[in-house]
Design a protein. Structure first.
Length: 95
């Protein structure tokens, strides 16, 4: 299934990678690998993860405090790459 990114979600993923790169380049690589792993899990079975509202689901990263918020119809649309400890509903206007 094809994956499409909301521009703000892509910016969030890039900002998180930049943050971890400032800490340690290895952390940025681990973050990006973890994000890839989440995207693989979502692509394999997009409807398995918890709905946070009708038609919108969330999949947490295993190591980092981030979650991918997405909707799935004909494509998987990534709405947010959110830090799970900050403003949990900020992305809701991206629908």
């Amino acid at each position: 299934m094809r994956v499409a990114w909301h521009p703000e979600a892509l910016a969030e993923a890039d900002a998180a990678a930049a943050f971890y790169r400032e800490q340690q380049s290895v952390l940025a690589l681990r973050y990006l690998n973890s994000l890839d792993e989440v995207l693989d899990r979502i692509t394999l079975n997009p409807r398995i993860y918890r709905e946070v509202e009708p038609g919108i689901r969330k999949c947490r990263m295993k190591i980092f405090p981030y979650a991918v918020v997405y909707r799935c119809d004909k494509t998987i649309e990534i709405l947010a790459v959110m830090h799970i400890r900050r403003q949990p509903d900020y992305w809701r206007d991206r629908r």
